[in-house]
Each structure stands twice: as C-alpha cells, then as structure tokens.
Design a protein around this ligand. Structure first.
Ligand SMILES: [Zn+2]
Length: 435
C-alpha cells in the first residue's frame, strides 16, 4: 500500500524514499493465468512502488483527484494515479512540476504515477465534441467534417499537431518529441507514446494511414525517450508504453502492435503497451484480445479509458492488466452512485428520507458514517462535501471491484464472480456505454 511519512492518520508529507534508478527499476512479472484466456494477475514494479494487477488506475487529471486528498485515495486502495500531460503542460507548466520534484512530489503522492501523452486531449479539441478529427496533410476530404458551429481547434500533420489552448485560445504545437520532453519533465513512472486519435467515423483508409503515422511517431518517441533518459541518468527511470491504434479492424490492430513490438531491435523497445483509440462496447473484448495476443507475455498492457463493470470483466479476461477512467469521480460529482445493485442518482426524491448507506455492502468511509438522506441533502444544498463523500465512495467501489476480480483469478473463480456480480448489477437494465 502507498505510505506517507506522516503516519496513519495525520496529513503527511511524501516519504523520503530513494526511487530505484536504471531500466531494471521497472519490470512486470505475470502471476496466475486465467485458464483458456489471456487474462492474468501480475505485479508491475516501478521506482515508486509496486502495482498488483489487474488494477484500476484512478485519474487525477490536473495532478489532483478532484475533491479528495491523496491520503484518502491511498486509504481506499488506489495503487497509482494517472495525470494528463496536456492539462499540466498548459497549467501550471511542466517546468513547475519538474522543479517541485516531479508529479508525485508535487501532488504529495509517494506511490506510482502515470501520465498520458496529451494526444487524446489535444486531438479531441479538433473534433467538435468527439465527432471527427480533421486531417490537413494529405487532403482526405471525407475525414474533414466537424460538428456544426464548432471552431476547429487542432490540426494534424505528419510532424505533429497544432492546437489552441482551451483555456485562453493561445496556439501550441505538440510533436512526438515535445510530448516526451513534457512527460520527462513531469516525471511519472509510466508514460505513453504520442499517438494519433481517430474516431469510428473515420474511413478505413484514414485508419490505415493513421496506424502508420502512429508507428512513425512511436519510433520518434522512443528515440527521444532514450536520449532524455541517457541525458539524465540520476533521475528515477521512467517507463514508456507504446500505444496501439487500429479502431475495430483486426488486421490493423495486429499490424499496429507488431510494428511497436518490433521496435525492440531499434531503440531497446517499449516497456509496455497501451490500447487506445476508437472502441465500441460490443467489440471491446475482441479488440483487447487481438492486441494482447501480439504482445510478449512479460510486458504490461494498459487499456485507456473504461469505466463500466461489464467492461472491466471483458477487458481483464481478454488480457488487460491496468486501465484508467475519470468516470468514478466525474459521475460522483453529479450525484451518480455505484452500488452492487447498479448505478443510481442520489438526488432523486426517494432518497430524501433514506437513512441507509449509499451501498450497504460497501466498506468505504462514506458508507461507514453517512446516509443516503444526508448525501441527498448535501447535493440538493450544493455543498462541497457532497463531491468529497460521493467521490470517496465511487472510487472505492471501482477499486474494490477490480481487487475482487484480481483475487478471483488467483483463487480460480473468475467466472463465478463475473456472473454473480454482473447478474445483480445489471438486473433488468442494459449495460451503459463506457467512458
Ligand atoms: Zn461506500
């Protein structure tokens, strides 16, 4: 568990641990295999501690999980936190985070940290609320549609992406090299290569070109990563994951992974792999399986951005070791509460006099001390504590679920847990879309 030097209950400071250095400071050891599938347990060792997998990586976009203390995240079982390179680049700036001693020290989180490359945020600016990303380099017109009335905020070319800040409209440019420089300054234990975001509405031709471009960008990321690592040998080792695109196409996904795995010969290779891009819910398990079949067993596999319990079971069975999503805390702030019997909204009138916990089977601080009626009141009164208590509960619910899945693989009853959990969670209601 993540530890503070300030003791069990006090608000502490980062423990003066000496992070391991050198490339051997990062490794993955597979544990129990799920019979007949690619799913497994395992352990990721980072310079700032271990992550037992499968693991849910909580998201603190701007170097904070909104509304809760990092100590609280550790108490509710979070093993690692993921922040966003795009947001931290714009605010406060990666030089500030670096001067503070890196992301973990800056936000008082002594455990493992991740940063994503910023690619998703930068490029989703161009799609007018997640519709279509415009391509200007080779003139493919069918992929240039954007949402009506939206100003295009990002342009992709072979070398990188030019975009406008969502904060003040100022113009910026990300290339694979810039993304690596920013992520090295931020100093997270695990970083992601800069990849091109596509959507399901892009043409097959565009997806093919994008996979090739992402491969070229990945090679540039790797080269820059090696250069930066060599330049600063006194720093804790930062692992780099290649990101696999290819949308819903099996041949593209497999080609994309092989291209990244083959880079082991060129620059030492990636430490792990991220599975990104456009995913439809009913394809999720199959896509993860195609990709994981192509990845060497001793490399960890991260799935970018899922949040629904049925997706966790599908992705883990198909071979995902870690995954992240901002959803548990984001929906919490809107009063949407996870429970064993499904998700519900605490602001509904029927909870006004309900003096039971948010989820009677939950072991979190919120459920141990507060009632639905109290949370209902806090939300209706627009009190800040509503966000605090609901976030604690939702993050604990998801982290505990993934912990239970991990234990079920070790104990040999994964299917029994899946059928029992999902049967009750979705009783009478179809699963929702993932994040
Ligand atoms: Zn709870």
């Amino acid at each position: 568990m993540v530890q503070w030097s300030g003791g069990e209950t006090g608000v502490g400071v980062v423990a003066p641990v000496m992070p391991a250095r050198g490339a051997d400071a990062f490794r993955f050891t597979p544990g129990t295999a799920l019979p007949g599938r690619l799913g497994r347990t395992g352990t990721i060792v980072t310079p700032h501690g271990e992550i037992r997998t499968p693991a849910f990586i909580a998201v603190g976009t701007k170097a904070t999980v909104k509304a809760v203390l990092p100590e609280t995240m550790a108490e509710l079982g979070a093993q690692a936190l993921l922040s966003n390179a795009y947001h931290l680049y714009l605010q406060p700036g990666p030089d500030i985070v670096e001067a503070a001693g890196g992301l973990g020290a800056f936000m008082n989180w002594p455990g493992p940290t991740f940063t994503d490359s910023g690619g998703f945020q930068v490029m989703s600016l161009g799609v007018g609320f997640k519709k279509i990303l415009a391509m200007t380099a080779d003139g493919i017109r069918s992929d240039e549609v954007i949402a009506a009335g939206k100003t295009r905020m990002a342009h992709v070319d072979e070398d990188g992406v030019t975009f406008k800040s969502h904060i003040d409209g100022s113009k910026h440019r990300f290339t694979p090299e810039v993304s690596m420089q920013i992520q090295h300054q931020l100093g997270a234990d695990i970083m992601f290569a800069f990849d091109e975001l596509t959507t399901l509405m892009n043409t097959r031709r565009y997806q093919e070109d994008s996979v090739e471009r992402t491969r070229r960008w990945a090679a540039r990321c790797l080269r820059e990563h090696v250069r930066l690592t060599d330049e600063r040998p006194d720093r804790p080792y930062q692992a780099l994951f290649g990101v696999v695109q290819g949308a819903q196409y099996e041949d593209l996904r497999r080609r994309a992974v092989r291209g990244l795995v083959d880079m082991a010969d060129e620059h030492g290779g990636f430490d792990g792999f991220g599975i990104g891009g456009a995913l439809e819910k009913h394809h999720l398990g199959r896509i993860v399986e195609w990709v994981c079949e192509e990845i060497p067993a001793d490399k960890p596999r991260h799935l970018l951005g899922i949040s629904e319990p049925d997706d966790f079971f599908a992705a883990i069975a198909a071979g995902a070791d870690t995954f992240d999503c901002v959803s548990p805390s984001r929906v919490a702030r809107n009063g949407s509460i996870y429970s064993r019997d499904g998700r519900y909204n605490i602001t509904a009138a029927r909870y006004r006099r309900d003096f039971t916990p948010l989820d009677p089977e939950c072991d979190c601080y919120t459920c141990g001390h507060y009632t639905r009626a109290y949370l209902h009141h806090l939300f209706r009164a627009k009190e800040i504590l509503a966000s605090v208590l609901s976030t604690i509960h939702n993050e604990r619910f998801i982290i505990r679920l993934v912990d239970d899945i991990r234990e079920s693989i070790d104990a040999g009853h994964f299917e029994a847990l899946r059928d029992d959990f999902l049967g009750r969670y979705y009783a009478g209601r179809p699963p929702a879309s993932t994040c």
